[in-house]
Write a protein that binds this ligand. Structure first.
Ligand SMILES: C[S@@+](CC[C@H](N)C(=O)[O-])C[C@H]1O[C@@H](n2cnc3c(N)ncnc32)[C@H](O)[C@@H]1O
Length: 134
C-alpha cells in the first residue's frame, strides 16, 4: 500500500463514521431538510442562480443534502463522494424524497473514470479541499 492509498482508506473510514453522526446532528437538521428546507447557503444559491434544467455535478457531496437541494430546484444533479455510507444514505434520501439525483461512490480525483458525461455546472462547497492529498 503506498502513502496515497493508506491516506485514502483512513479518510474514507473517517467519513463513513461521520455520516451517522452528521445525519442526526442539529447542523444538518434532517427533519427540516426532509420537509423541504434547503441545505444550501444563500451565497451558494446566489452564485449559481437558476439551475432548472441544468446538469450539475456536485463533488464531495457527503450524504447528499446539497445535491438533493439542487435537484429540488430542478437541476439534473449527480453527487460524488468517497464514503460508501454517505452515498448509501444519499440514495435512500433521493428515493424517499422522490427526486432524480444520481450518486457515485469514488475518489473525487478519479471522477473522469466513473463519469463520462459533461455538465453545465460543477459545484463543490466548504470543507472539501483540505481532505485531498494533491
Ligand atoms: C466537510 S464534507 C463536505 C460537506 C458538504 N459541504 C456538506 O455540507 O455536506 C467533506 C466531504 O469530502 C468527502 N471526501 C473527502 N475526501 C474525498 C475524496 N478523495 N474523494 C471524494 N470525496 C472525498 C468526504 O467523504 C466528505 O463527505
Amino acid at each position: 500500500m503506498n502513502d496515497h492509498s493508506e491516506f485514502f482508506e483512513v479518510n474514507k473510514a473517517t467519513w463513513n463514521a461521520k455520516v451517522k453522526v452528521h445525519a442526526t446532528s442539529e447542523l444538518y437538521d434532517m427533519e427540516a431538510f426532509k420537509k423541504g428546507k434547503t441545505s444550501l447557503m444563500s451565497y451558494e444559491l446566489n452564485a449559481l442562480g437558476d439551475v432548472k434544467g441544468k446538469s450539475l455535478l456536485h463533488l464531495q457531496c457527503h450524504f447528499g443534502q446539497d445535491t438533493l437541494s439542487w435537484s429540488r430546484l430542478g437541476a439534473k444533479a449527480v453527487g460524488v463522494d468517497l464514503s460508501d455510507e454517505g452515498i448509501k444514505l444519499a440514495k435512500v434520501l433521493n428515493q424517499e424524497l422522490e427526486l432524480d439525483a444520481r450518486f457515485i461512490c469514488c475518489n473525487v480525483l478519479d471522477t473522469p473514470e466513473y463519469i463520462k458525461e459533461t455538465f453545465d455546472i460543477v459545484f463543490t462547497s466548504y470543507g472539501v479541499i483540505g481532505w485531498l492529498r494533491i
